[in-house]
Write a new protein. Structure first.
Length: 251
């Protein structure tokens, strides 16, 4: 590790990744935002899914001030975060065949909807089956993943494929295998992961593109306002009433 504090070096690494994503994924971000706008305009519903820490970026765009009211979390019990005990159970469930099919079969997801699947490695059974199953239903799938994993690791799904192989649009987070940006001679393992910073930024860039695209088409984006701003609750109540049949986190 070169000169600079660990904090400085982490910020430098994160900024560098954000710049790469901004420059190299611009076309894919535009395509993803346009796909979501197309879905909203056609009356479809929006869903986001992520397992483990990848779920943080999915949750960040659900019921979020400044975000789209129509983005719903597709939750899989036990894998949404580290609240399950033991935390290692979530990692184990990601590798279980058939779990994604069971979730999709009992979810409100249907043809004409759009689903964003976030998985850093994209190699486990859950995100692969989720993408395959959703597309079989007629759902458009956007994958947010690190393509490097498909190049440097083996799939854990029986098909030998990765999430990126079953998406309409792929957003590459550029995160290196192992998700740790820093090393020190005095520490035996690399440390300081940046995937959450980058993936969350990717998701917000897509949502921003969706909102602007809808506005360009003469459609008011169904955005939420902060409940801590005067008039925010009234604003949100109007949006949720108008789009209540496409919002599932209230049911």
């Amino acid at each position: 590790m070169s000169d600079g504090t660990p904090a400085d070096l982490f910020f430098d690494a994160a900024i560098g990744l954000l710049q790469r994503v901004r420059d190299e994924e611009a076309e894919a971000i535009t395509a993803a935002g346009t796909l979501l706008a197309d879905t909203v305009g056609a009356g479809g519903r929006l869903f986001a899914f992520g397992a483990g820490h990848s779920s943080l970026a999915a949750q960040d765009v659900v019921y979020r001030a400044g975000g789209l009211a129509l983005m719903n979390l597709l939750a899989v019990p036990g894998v949404v975060g580290v609240d399950v005990t033991p935390a290692t159970l979530g990692s184990a469930l990601e590798r279980v065949d058939g779990l994604a099919s069971a979730v999709l079969d009992t979810s409100p997801v249907r043809a004409g909807d759009a689903l964003v699947i976030i998985s850093l490695s994209g190699r486990n059974a859950l995100p692969v089956e989720m993408a395959r199953g959703a597309r079989a239903l007629g759902v458009k799938v956007i994958g947010v993943t690190s393509v490097a994993y498909a190049e440097e690791t083996k799939s854990r799904h029986s098909s030998g494929t990765f999430l990126k192989d079953h998406c309409d649009i792929v957003l590459d987070s550029k995160i290196a295998v192992g998700d740790a940006e820093l090393t020190l001679d005095t520490i035996p393992a690399p440390f300081a992961p940046a995937s959450t910073v980058v993936t969350t930024a990717l998701m917000q860039a897509v949502v921003a593109t969706t909102a602007a695209t809808l506005a360009d088409r003469g459609i008011e984006p169904p955005l939420l306002r902060s409940g801590n701003v005067d008039g925010g609750h009234e604003w949100n109540g109007r949006v949720m009433t108008e789009y209540g049949d496409r919002i599932f986190y209230r049911h």
